[in-house]
Write a protein that binds this ligand. Structure first.
Ligand code: OAD
Length: 250
């Protein structure tokens, strides 16, 4: 299937929904979850660090890993794929962009119709959620132990602070998930980019769209769990394919 066919579907879409995963940020220099980690972190598996159990067992290790990731992400910029997706809002002002990513590269590129499923790496919250929910705490309010060897503490209840990301075995934010399910069920074209489709419930969203009769267009250089039921598969990097799609729509 060609870029031109995909472009025609997108052009004619009345309810366009986009789902992105780590692959869309790869060309900005953010490693995906399936990439081997570098340097100090090479011996760890992200799936073993991104859990409440890992934090309970070794809060310093998990806090340091996220600090490393936050620092890495803060040095990246949106790539041509993020920018093309932001431009799609001009022709499709009602689209919804659902992301599993915890970086802010979609916002930096100018996307506004964003649903975040897995939180925001730039934010920090109380481990005990003492204010009732994921209420971000500003760095100026962090309370540090004298030796600064452990994560900072909550200014309200003194529990450890943690990143505002959704860990494995945690619930997704209800409002975001409900909205994502609704827009997928109502969509007629779903563009699924750079996700392995291995992590539920996000991985089920394109299937909701398919059930509704939506055309599923996938962009991914590799086979994924979405590929087997996608109507159009564009094999390649999103930083190259998305601008080409936009050009084909012009
Ligand atoms: P994964 O790391 O599982 O998959 C990344 C996907 O991006 C793979 O299918 C790659 O083939 C594809 N890819 C790589 N380079 C690409 C490129 N240049 N352009 C397009 N695609 C490319 O990432 P996710 O599917 O996002 O969850 O992972 C889902 C969730 O699992 C994450 O949000 C995270 C994770 O563990 C939590 O932290 C809860």
């Amino acid at each position: 299937m060609s870029i031109q066919q995909a472009a025609t579907h997108i052009q004619n879409a009345k309810h366009l929904v986009i789902l992105t995963g780590a692959g869309v940020s790869k060309e900005s220099g953010v490693p995906t979850f399936r990439d081997a980690m570098d340097g100090l972190w090479a011996k760890y598996n992200p799936e073993e660090l991104a859990t409440p159990t890992a934090f309970a067992k070794n809060p310093k290790l998990v806090w340091d890993w996220y600090s490393y990731r936050r620092d890495l992400v803060s040095r990246t910029k949106p790539n041509a794929g993020h920018i093309a997706l932001a431009q799609l809002e001009k022709t499709h002002p009602d689209l919804w962009l659902i992301t599993q990513n915890v970086d802010d590269l979609h916002e930096q590129a100018g996307s506004t119709r964003l649903i975040r499923l897995h939180g925001n790496l730039a934010e920090t919250i109380c481990y005990n959620q003492c204010r009732g929910g994921r209420v971000p705490i500003a760095p100026s309010d962090f309370v540090w132990d004298a030796d600064r060897t452990t994560p900072p503490r909550c200014p309200h209840c003194h529990a450890y602070l943690r990143p505002n990301v959704v860990w494995f075995h945690e619930m997704l934010p209800t409002q975001a998930l409900n909205l994502a399910q609704t827009v997928c069920k109502n969509s007629d074209v779903a563009l699924v980019i750079g996700t392995s489709g291995l992590v539920s419930p996000a991985s089920e969203l394109p299937y909701w769209a398919k059930q509704n009769g939506a055309t599923i267009i996938e962009i991914n250089p590799e086979y994924s769990m979405i590929t087997r039921y996608a109507d159009i598969v564009l094999n390649g990097a999103s930083g190259a394919i998305l601008p080409a799609l936009l050009e084909a729509m012009a």
